[in-house]
Design a protein around this ligand. Structure first.
Ligand SMILES: CC(C)(COP(=O)(O)OP(=O)(O)OC[C@H]1O[C@@H](n2cnc3c(N)ncnc32)[C@H](O)[C@@H]1OP(=O)(O)O)[C@@H](O)C(=O)NCCC(=O)NCCS
Length: 175
């Protein structure tokens, strides 16, 4: 289990983040977009998770009206599977709650079983599919939605394998 130190993203982090972004995504964000997200914007939340080796992961989200939209969660390949993704996502959702937001949304590739499992752990459910959303391979996006705990408690970790009523099917079985 990694124990990340999490703080706001700064422009000084972008070289490391840009390297990770290119390694982890087939449609990486541009460096300019990442730099923009590292700026101080009231409706944005951009964080980095640090370990002794530097940036282990990062996450970016936006407050849109009454909803928190997660744009990116990423962990360095060699550090995956050790709890870093959970720490980053949990930090984002706690902050969204602290800012009074009770709904979170995101899109994820239907083949990204790891990420979908992570999001499910925090109460996200598949609610829609955007057909051919990703321009590199025409893959569909699963739209996920979570109602965050209005009491300010920790997001629900108990839903690893549960599926909500009416939940849109997701994961490899869709392909
Ligand atoms: C998705 C991602 C952020 C997860 O980060 P991570 O640090 O590897 O995840 P964690 O170790 O915190 O595990 C979180 C949960 O993810 C799921 N998970 C992790 N590895 C998994 C695997 N190999 N297979 C299936 N589910 C897996 C599990 O539900 C896990 O919780 P559990 O260990 O308590 O069961 C990371 O794999 C990543 O950066 N992937 C590439 C970028 C990406 O696709 N980001 C998502 C864009 S929407």
């Amino acid at each position: 289990m990694v124990d990340l130190q999490i703080r706001r993203m700064s422009p000084d982090d972008i070289d490391e983040i840009w390297r990770l972004e290119q390694d982890l995504f087939t449609l990486p964000w541009s460096k300019a977009s990442l730099l923009f997200e590292a700026g101080d914007h009231r409706n944005a939340l951009s964080i980095v998770g640090l370990d002794e080796g530097g940036v282990a992961g990062y996450a970016i989200g936006w407050f849109l009206s009454d909803e928190f939209h997660i744009g990116n969660v990423a962990v360095a390949r060699e550090k995956q599977g050790r709890g870093a993704g959970k720490q980053l996502l949990e930090h984002m959702l706690r902050e969204a709650l602290a800012r009074g937001t009770s709904i979170a949304t995101l899109e994820v590739r239907v083949s990204n079983v790891k990420a979908i499992a992570l999001y499910r752990r925090y109460g996200f459910k598949g609610v829609a599919v955007h057909k051919r959303y990703y321009s590199d391979n025409g893959e569909d996006a699963l739209v996920m939605f979570a109602e965050l705990d209005k009491q300010g408690k920790s997001p629900d970790h108990s839903q690893t394998s549960s599926r909500g009523v009416g939940d849109v099917s997701d994961g490899k079985e869709d392909e």
